[in-house]
Design a binder for this molecule. Structure first.
Ligand code: TRP
Length: 345
């Protein structure tokens, strides 16, 4: 009765989304509101491919620290699934389990001028951050955007939902694609970035973007008590010193978070804070309630999924198998165009 349909072949959608996240472990509110929520929505309009980019993680960490990668993948993918990334709709897999991407990375590196890579602003930032120089920095870090391009084009994806920080990488991906297509004939679509409208989520320090490395975050998966304890550490209006001082919601990050998690209580909170009817502690308890309510379904689902032994591993295995079918096909085409011999099996 013929072969089984390959994933996506029967898709009713015209466009393919690809996006990746580095496996940083459990995700936080900022990750959810900034990216994950958008990934979930895109499933209704695109053939979606979501990848835990563990090889990219190796540009950041080395040695002992890499032991964290596998558990981090597991925790992150549990968050994806609990948030509503649906393995029946989307292709979900771990980057290194489709090793074809590393071969494509080698091949695309041949058409990528070094100057393009050295000019990427995030590369320069990273070198500074690592306290390295262009002499000591790893060859792999220089090639970060080439690997990212390989991720995308291996599946001929045309739409890439990313944050603004990734736009230079996407620009480079398009340049590499144009060059490849020019040299070897039309092969890949030029991938377009898809920026989502979302609020900038400031962390509990009230100053910087919410991030795990700054430890100013609220984990999606933590329990109600832990969330409340975290929220109670949040910075509020620094000039509201006494309980009887009126607060200034417009400069208070807790108020900014009320907008997202307590939209129906917003007017009351504003009025009670500016008239000093409630203090910052009460106000933070209200916020903790709002966050805990909003995450209740997510947390329940996550607990359920975590209890199914081997579930995440199965989803990822299935994803990798289906991804490899597409990957091998693209890679065979690229090898052929670039004059390489066929793989002997
Ligand atoms: N560089 C991206 C980030 O740090 C992660 C990533 C890797 C990615 N490969 C990708 C994003 C391909 C989109 C498409 O966020």
């Amino acid at each position: 009765c013929g072969r089984l349909p390959v994933w996506g072949e029967m898709s009713i959608f015209e466009h393919t989304v690809f996006s990746g996240m580095r496996p940083s472990g459990r995700l936080h509110l900022g990750n959810y509101l900034g990216a994950l929520q958008n990934w979930v929505t895109l499933q209704e309009e695109y053939r979606c491919i979501y990848c835990a980019v563990d090889v990219h993680a190796l540009t950041d960490i080395q040695g002992e620290a890499t032991k964290e990668i596998r558990p981090n993948v597991q925790e992150m993918v549990l968050d994806w699934l609990a948030a509503g990334i649906d393995p029946e709709k989307s292709l979900i897999f771990v980057q290194s389990q489709v090793p074809e991407v590393m071969v494509l990375h080698s091949l695309l590196s041949m058409v990528t001028p070094l100057g393009w890579l050295l000019r990427v602003p995030s590369f320069k930032d990273k070198v500074r951050q690592l306290d390295a120089t262009e002499e000591t920095v790893s060859y792999g870090l220089v090639g970060y955007p080439v690997l990212m391009t390989s991720d995308i084009v291996l599946y001929k994806a045309d739409t890439v939902p990313v944050g603004e920080d990734q736009l230079p990488h996407l620009e480079l991906a398009r340049e590499i694609v144009r060059r490849f297509n020019h040299l070897y004939g039309p092969t890949f679509p030029e991938p377009q970035a898809k920026l989502a409208e979302y609020p900038l989520i400031i962390g509990l320090d009230g100053k910087q973007k919410m991030s795990k490395s700054l430890d100013n975050h609220i984990e999606l998966a933590s329990d109600e008590e832990a969330t409340r304890a975290r929220v109670l550490t949040a910075f509020t209006d620094p000039e509201r010193l006494r309980r009887t001082d009126p607060g200034r919601p417009l400069i208070c990050n807790v108020y900014a978070l009320h907008k997202l998690f307590n939209p129906d209580k917003l007017d009351d909170v504003y009025q009670q804070c500016t008239s000093a009817q409630i203090g910052c502690v009460e106000d933070k308890h209200l916020l903790a309630d709002g966050i805990n309510n909003a995450l209740e379904v997510f947390r329940e689902r996550r607990r359920e999924l975590a209890e199914r032994t081997g579930y995440v591993a199965d989803v990822l295995r299935d994803g990798a198998l289906r991804a490899r079918v597409i990957a091998r096909e693209t890679l065979a085409e690229v090898r052929d165009r670039m004059g390489l011999s066929e793989i002997v099996l």
